[in-house]
Each structure stands twice: as C-alpha cells, then as structure tokens.
Design a protein around this ligand. Structure first.
Ligand code: HCA
Length: 451
C-alpha cells in the first residue's frame, strides 16, 4: 500500500516537472536535464524530423490569381526599421550596446535602408550606442529620434547620425493631457526644431505623433509647413493603432495631394492591422515603411519586419532584401529582448512551417505547397514534421524509413496507436522516444506516467 502511494506521488511529480520544463524550454528548444527525477523530459515542440534538406530547389509559392486581378500597384518603398528605438520602448526590453550593434549589423545585411538606432538623449549609454552604430559605416542610413527641442538635435548631432526624426504630438488629446500646449505652440516648436536640424545638415523626418487622431485639416497644414521648412520626409504615426487599411489608404491619398516630399508610415498593432495599414499606406503612395523585428514595441507592438518583407516579395515583387536572414534575426532579437515569439507567429514562429495533422503531413510530403504558402528556406527557416495525436500512418512510415526502419503496414499502425497514447500527455514525442517505441523498449505505463 505504502509503495503504491509513494509511486503515485512519484508519477505526479514527474508530470509536474514535465509541464514546468515545457514552459522553460519553449524558447531554447533544448532538452534541459534536471537532477530529479525523470530522465526523459523534452520540450513541447521538439522537432522529430527536419524536412528541409529534401527541398533541393527553392520554390517561390507566390502564384496568386488575385494579385493580377486586383491590379496591385508596383511599390516604390524603403524600410526604416525602428527595433532599436520603438522596439526597445516595449515594457521590459533593454538592449545592451553590443546587442544594439549586433542587431544593426544584421538589419544592414538584410538590406533595410534606414535603421533608427535610438533616442540619444535617453541616457549616456544610449547615446554612445547610437554613436557606435554610426561608426560602423553601414550601408543603411542611421537615424535617431528627437523631441521638438534643440537639445535632442544636438545629442543626435554628437552621434553623427544621417537622419533625425523630429516628432511632436498633434492630437488634441496629447496636446491637452501630455504636452499642455496649444496647437500653435506645438507647431512652432516643431518647425523651429526642423529648421535647426536642417541648418545643421541633417536629413529630417518630421513626425506628427498621434497623427491619426489629429484634426485632419490641421495635420495637413502642419505637414505642408514642415515641407516649407525643408523637412525631407513627413511621417504619419498611427500611435495607438486606430486605423484600418481603407482609412489609411484614404488618409495617405489626401496627404499626397498637399505635400510632395516622401511620406512615412509608422503603424502600431493595437487592432492587429499594423502590417495591413502600412501596406495600404504604401499602396496610396507612402515611401518609407516602419517595422520592428518580431513586431516588438509598445503595447501590441509595431509592424513586424519579417511579415513586411515576405509580403513585399510575394505580393509586390519587391526583391531588394535578403529574406534568408529573417529567421536568425528573429531568434537573436527574441533572445536579446527576452520577448518570446508566439509559436503561431507568421513567418518566424516555430509552427510557421510545422505540420502534425495526418492529412496535412501526407499532402506536404507529396507537395509542400498544399499546406505552405512559401518554402521555409526563403526566410531561413526549416520545415518540421511533428509526431503527436494527429499523426497519420503515412507520416509515420515516411519518418521511420528516414530513421532507417522498414516497418510493415501492421507495425506502422501499431506504432501509430502507441504514438496516440503518448500524446494523451499533451505533447508531441521526439525522435528518441519514437525509436524506443519502435524497438519495443518502451513500456508506456512506466515511461509516461498519467496524471
Ligand atoms: C512614441 C512616438 C512614436 C513616433 C512615431 C514616428 C509613435 O510613441 O514614442 O517616429 O513616426 O508611435 O507615435 O513612436
């Protein structure tokens, strides 16, 4: 009796540890040994089989009849990545200077045209990181954020930036409750700062914060004034993500009627439409599109770089960026920022090219396009076949053959049953576990204690 109670506690302990480890391992994907007591603890999404090596030809899956029918216009755009500035404004995120440099170099390798490196007046370390990024002599132009005050411009000048992003809030809400200024006062500060930055030889991007909640007539007049003061870009900040693609398209089309200088789109994702809104702005003629890696940023974040670049390629034929580096950059920013990428995140999530369902796997093994929009290699990722509750016999036969086992049909079915039993414990199984099941070394009752 005592032994049975002890065994029950032991099993319960095993299960608890198992769940805890899944949590800890969800980013690293590394099976971490624990001192006590289970020798078989694996992360939830352990990959059973990496299929990418099978695809010898990199395929572009972009055929889409609607692209032609919709007459999508060619886009003349550039990317300004703001991971190092707005991305870092995400609560809890701090990049060390060396991490900032690393991210900047990788963004440059991908080919983004502008990197917003930081907000120099924030701290000494921030200022010196921006300066060091400028000293890297990257192909990308380096920009820094500046409030509409001359001291901020001076700090950016000290760093040696190419571009300065001078911003001021223009909505009544921000003027009244944040800046405690009248609109004419704010406009004066902004224009004086634009003028000051221009006089010091900088390329100036003038941004109206909360532009999308600003009285539209006032906003257009302000943009026009900024153009008269020789700003090089004006920026539409959808600071709290209020727009949708239709309203964005309208807004940018109207702004284009009054200013000739390039327009920037800076969209937040509060309603999950940042990417769509940025693209709608681009379709209406906006030039500079703002992104952050993994979409990190305040609240729900910003337009994700990886989603933007893949969409630009597949939907608009923009081929200017090295997409094969996206997955690695995503992992790097995930680790530096401490912000985990959701498993089902488009392009860079661990499930973006993972298949478990028997029906899906069977189809993917014959033709990946059945359940993949584009090939994982395009973004430097890999296809994963996951063995779990929904695994079918076809997938098992295929995988076991790749592992060197030639099972009879009956054996494959038996194995499928065992796999389903294991999956009762809410996780896929990994290669080693499958091997043990095949070899009949595994006694399920013992190795997979129930709750
Ligand atoms: C902020 C400001 C900003 C500026 C946008 C821009 C915004 O929230 O701190 O650079 O164009 O989202 O309004 O990031």
């Amino acid at each position: 009796m005592f032994t049975r109670i002890a065994m029950s506690y032991y099993r319960l302990w095993n299960v608890l540890i198992l769940y805890i480890m899944w949590g800890f391992n969800s980013v690293s994907h590394i099976a971490t040994p624990v001192s006590n007591p289970s020798p078989r603890i694996y992360p939830l999404e352990t990959d059973l089989c990496n299929e990418s090596s099978l695809l010898l030809v990199m395929q572009d899956y972009s055929e889409n009849q609607f692209l032609a029918l919709a007459r999508t216009p060619p886009l003349d755009i550039e990317i300004c990545d703001v991971t190092l500035r707005d991305g870092e404004q995400m609560p809890g995120v701090v990049f060390r200077p060396d991490e900032k440099l690393d991210i900047a170099m990788r963004l440059d390798e991908i080919g983004v045209e502008v990197i917003e490196a930081g907000f120099p007046v924030v701290s000494k370390a921030e200022k010196s990181a921006v300066r060091e990024i400028c000293n890297l002599d990257l192909d990308a132009k380096i920009s820094a954020l500046s409030r509409s005050v001359k001291a901020d411009v001076d700090a950016a000048l000290d760093c040696g930036v190419d571009i300065i992003s001078v911003f001021i809030a223009t909505s009544e809400l921000h003027l009244k409750y944040k800046l405690h200024m009248s609109c004419p006062e704010a406009i004066r500060c902004a224009l004086d700062t634009v003028e000051y930055a221009k006089d010091h030889g900088l390329i100036v991007r003038f941004s109206a914060e909360d532009a999308t909640r600003t009285d539209f007539e006032t906003l257009k007049k302000l943009y026009k004034k900024a153009e008269e003061y020789h700003a090089d870009y004006i920026s539409v900040a959808d600071t709290v993500g209020v727009m949708n693609p239709r309203t964005t398209y309208y807004m940018i089309s109207e702004i284009k009627k009054v200013v000739k200088i390039p327009i920037c789109m800076h969209c937040h994702d509060d309603l999950g439409m940042a990417l769509a809104n940025t693209l709608a702005g681009a379709e209406a003629g906006a030039k500079q599109l703002h992104t952050t890696v993994n979409g990190i940023g305040e609240r729900s974040g910003n337009t994700p770089l990886e989603e933007m670049l893949v969409t630009l390629k597949l939907h608009y034929g923009v081929d200017a960026y090295d997409l094969t580096r996206l997955k690695d950059l995503s992992k790097l920013v995930e680790s530096y920022s401490g912000v985990s990428v959701a498993k089902n995140k488009a392009v860079v999530g661990v499930n973006a090219f993972a298949h478990e369902s028997g029906i899906h796997v069977a189809a993917v093994l014959e033709e990946p396009r059945t359940y993949e929009l584009y090939s994982p290699e395009i973004v430097g990722a890999a296809r994963h076949i996951i063995i779990g509750k929904h695994t079918g016999a076809k997938a098992l036969k295929y995988i076991t053959e790749r592992m060197g086992y030639h099972l009879k049909e009956r054996e494959v079915c038996e194995l499928a049953e065992k796999v389903k039993m294991c999956s009762e414990f809410k996780r896929p199984i990994n290669c080693e576990e499958l091997r043990r099941l095949i070899l009949g070394m595994e006694n399920l009752e013992i190795s997979y204690p129930g709750p």
